[in-house]
Unconditional design. Structure first.
Length: 78
């Protein structure tokens, strides 16, 4: 089983094709992720990321629900 974490896209760096990257905010932790599987993503979108790869674009409500559940379970730091 894998776990994907929702985060908000802060910027997009179009490196072309396999090199598209962006900075994503995961509840205050900012990481660079590959956007190769989500070429339609724009700044402000929410993505699900697994192992440094954004695998899906989701809406803000879905991201908020997931983050609230992680917080409820105590799996994310405040």
């Amino acid at each position: 089983m894998c776990l994907a974490i929702p985060g908000k896209v802060l910027d997009v760096q179009d490196g072309g094709g396999l090199f598209a990257r962006g900075r994503v905010d995961f509840g205050g932790v900012i990481r660079e992720v590959s956007l190769v599987c989500t070429p339609q993503v724009v700044v402000g979108d929410y993505v699900l990321a697994h192992a440094g790869l954004a695998i899906a674009v989701i809406d803000e409500a879905a991201a908020a629900r997931a983050l609230a559940e992680f917080a409820r379970l105590g799996t994310l730091l405040p």
